[in-house]
Design a protein around this ligand. Sequence first.
Ligand SMILES: Nc1nc2c(ncn2[C@@H]2O[C@H](COP(=O)(O)OP(=O)(O)O)[C@@H](O)[C@H]2O)c(=O)[nH]1
Ligand SMILES: [Mg+2]
Length: 262
Amino acid sequence: MQSPLRHGRAAIGTTLAGGALAALSQAPERASRLLRHRYPTVAVTGMTGVGKTRLADRLSKRASAESAAGPDVGSAVMERRTRRNARLRGYRFRVVPGENAATRLGALDEVFHDEPVDGVLHVVAWGHATPRRTGGTTGTALATREEQLAAELEDWSITAHRIASMAVRRDRPTWLVVAVTKADLFADDVDAAVHYYSPGSGTPFGDKLDELRALAGGAKLSIDVLPVCARGGDKRSAMPEKACNDLLGRLELRMAQLSGHV
Ligand SMILES: Nc1nc2c(ncn2[C@@H]2O[C@H](COP(=O)(O)OP(=O)(O)O)[C@@H](O)[C@H]2O)c(=O)[nH]1
Ligand SMILES: [Mg+2]
């Protein structure tokens, strides 16, 4: 049996049918552009233990599951989170595993090459990453802050290269937000931390950001550095929960601006 639609189209003739078919074949392309506009993809990068999962969970309003596996277990697979709001706008987060796992390379390929993301949230913690043991080893993992900062820098070099090659390949601009998280752990030094991670600061991290900007082209890459924390202290602490929520709110606002949501 013929459907009414097919019947109607046949009756109207080939010209209109051709137009309708053309429109149909463009539909997936338009739908994906609309999806990208409303739900831009965001790569969440940074070394292991730095607070990526926590932050992505907060930003997607998802409660962190700190139960079964324990709180300090790294993830070897890409974590996907979606944030939706009432106005059908949000983000699709892709948390790249920070482990030294083979899956990390695949995940980096995915977010910076195969399905290039719209923006990057690079997470750092001013040397306060939670040390994790590599699979198979025993004993407590301990690292000094200096070692952690050096590890952050090494991790950033790899990610920065990927961002640069993605940015030069595309016409539209890419945004990068360096999220300096765990601010509750250095509440009195937040300005110094933000300075350390800022372009033009002359610090090792700042130098790498300058290099990245020169490689990618200033107009093609916007860079913001924002302090944040995914978990605040109690009321009497230097960074109580409310202060953390304010910082989180500022990060959300900036991401919304960068994504054209506001
Ligand atoms: N004090 C504090 N701890 C945090 C914060 N964010 C994450 N953490 C803790 O740091 C550890 C590592 O966080 P996680 O999100 O798993 O790091 P990931 O390996 O980068 O995904 C966990 O124990 C978190 O509870 C924060 O803003 N402040
Ligand atoms: Mg994680």
